[in-house]
Write a protein that binds this ligand. Sequence first.
Ligand SMILES: C[S@@+](CC[C@H](N)C(=O)[O-])C[C@H]1O[C@@H](n2cnc3c(N)ncnc32)[C@H](O)[C@@H]1O
Length: 287
Amino acid sequence: MKIYQRYLHGMPVYLVRHYWWAYLWPKAVWFFDHQMIINAILFGQYQKLMKATLARLQHAPQQCVLQLTCVYGSLTPALLQQLKSSALHITDVATVQLRLAQSKQKHGQRLLATRMNAESLAYKSNSFSTIVLFFLLHEMPHEVRCHTLSECMRTLKPGGSLIMTEYGELPVNHWLYRFAATRWMITWLEPFLDGFWHEDIELLLNESGQPLGKRVERVAQENIFAAFYRVTEFKIIQGCKLKPAPLHSGHLIPRGEGGDGGDPKSNPYKCNDHAQHTRHIACSVDV
Ligand SMILES: C[S@@+](CC[C@H](N)C(=O)[O-])C[C@H]1O[C@@H](n2cnc3c(N)ncnc32)[C@H](O)[C@@H]1O
């Protein structure tokens, strides 16, 4: 039996296979959650990236915010601090990560942690005013990325924001990319990054929004570290002005367009029946 197979237990196979050593192994969780380590992984840019993400959140609607998947370092406590008394929803498929996030919560702060697969969220459509994605998409295979973006489009309400902090577009002029050894090392550690570099995220969002009558407008983008990284805010617009186009990947499955409620004040945890029987787990509140 290969080591990674110990961590399967209903987890997404790509995550277990390629990232067990980073996110699922408890010793690694302890190790990587040191600010110095996570900062080194991001070539010393963690603070800048976090600051730019928080600055975007400042402009975004903050009534109901979801951090889609946990991250190492101080982002979650910083988001909680910025949201003051409002709750921060956080979802991840790994219990060990959710527990770590919960351990960073201070008295009086409200972190609502749920265990779900980002590909198939059990939140109702139009639940969130803002979703924060911090270095998630480049760690996913194309199909998983499409499903995750599709879930963001479904669960974000019109007028809401998707804040994406990620690698930039294909960095052909960046020294880290031009130098073969560093390019090899980065893409070896991050096996789906090359696919992400070639992806048009705005197009994917618009394709998955189309069956829901939603589209996005990129309202801001800050490039960091000579555009090796970027922080982008997409606004969700109701009404599809796009020409009907064939689906980009052929994998996108429109979900929730029947409208399973859009009351902004209602509980986002009410299960979306449709999501429940699509792909993988979509369950469990309260870890
Ligand atoms: C946000 S990403 C990377 C964050 C970044 N490297 C950092 O820590 O600063 C890592 C998290 O995504 C989670 N994750 C990956 N794929 C997922 C999926 N399909 N559904 C839910 N969580 C997922 C992992 O369990 C892990 O906690």
